[in-house]
Design a binder for this molecule. Structure first.
Ligand code: MN
Ligand code: MN
Length: 280
């Protein structure tokens, strides 16, 4: 699906010609890896409410009825980082199919909710083009300012701290439910008649030491971070670590199947645990 046959046969030939230990001894540079390498959690395809969109910077499932993504999936390591300035260039995603409602920047104006990035601006600043891609409205969900600017961003910063320490991450994030409380104090289900306000925002992060052949390095001790945060004004009464849950819990609520490229037994081990994270 993501690799053509020719590519796969070349790789197979390389694996045949060089034993694995010889391949892994090559010092390869830090690389950008496939944003959807851990699997397509909702089997997104061409359905309008589960519509697969692959960009260079991230992959997402778009939901036309909700006016937002079901989830966005991206790889993060130092190769995605650079000196590009935050563009603040919120823009309609005109690449959506013709008959889809295309959310405008102004749809969020005075709603009491922030345009909350799923794939963060700061995770994609190697080039202006990369950074601009994160400002497409298809990468936004309505988030209460208390979530977006305090608790959610704290976890984003923790992720970037991990990559500075030599890790690479696979991240998936989205919202579920309907009804959040933003700065206007009202329980709000929709903004501008088109955009669902999620009641909760979740994120799943798989952490590996930087390296190659990522899927084959995952084992039952691989560090997992999963959170489920309410989209309201009191979310910041606790640090982000208060909201740690198992992946199983998020699978149950959303109906998605995360890490579905991994063998069932390994998935079960990784998805049922809650790793102890000490941040700050
Ligand atoms: Mn890698
Ligand atoms: Mn799973």
């Amino acid at each position: 699906m993501f690799f053509n046959k020719k590519f796969l046969s070349v790789i197979s030939l390389l694996i045949f010609l060089f034993p694995v230990d010889v391949i892994s001894s090559f010092q390869l540079p830090v690389s950008r890896d496939e944003n959807l390498a851990m699997g397509n959690p909702s089997k997104a395809n061409k359905s309008p409410d589960n519509y697969l969109i692959v960009k260079n910077q991230y992959t997402l499932s778009y939901n036309n009825s909700k006016g937002e993504a079901n989830w966005v999936s991206w790889h993060l390591n130092s190769s995605w980082k650079g000196e590009a300035k935050r563009c603040n260039c919120f823009n309609t995603d005109f690449s959506l199919p013709e008959h889809f409602y295309k959310v405008k920047k102004a749809d969020y104006t005075k709603s009491g909710f922030d345009r909350g990035h799923l794939c963060p601006s700061d995770d994609r600043d190697a080039s202006e083009e990369d950074n601009e891609a994160t400002f497409l409205m298809s990468n936004m969900i309505p988030q209460s300012p208390h979530l977006n600017r305090i608790t959610w961003v704290a976890l984003e910063e923790y992720c970037r701290k991990l990559i500075q320490e030599g890790d690479e991450l696979y991240i998936v994030a989205g919202g579920y439910g309907s009804g959040g409380i933003g700065s206007n104090n009202n329980l709000t289900y929709k903004i501008s008649q088109h955009i669902n306000v999620p009641s909760h925002c979740w994120k799943i992060i798989l952490v590996l030491p930087e390296g190659n052949n990522d899927i084959h390095r995952i084992n039952k001790s691989t560090k997992i971070i999963a959170v489920d945060m309410p989209n309201n004004k009191s979310v910041n009464e606790f640090k982000w670590t208060h909201y740690l849950v198992s992946i199983d819990e998020i699978e149950k609520i959303t109906g998605y199947d995360f890490l579905n490229v991994l063998p069932a037994e390994l998935q079960a081990q990784l998805e049922s645990k809650i790793d102890n994270i000490t941040a700050e």
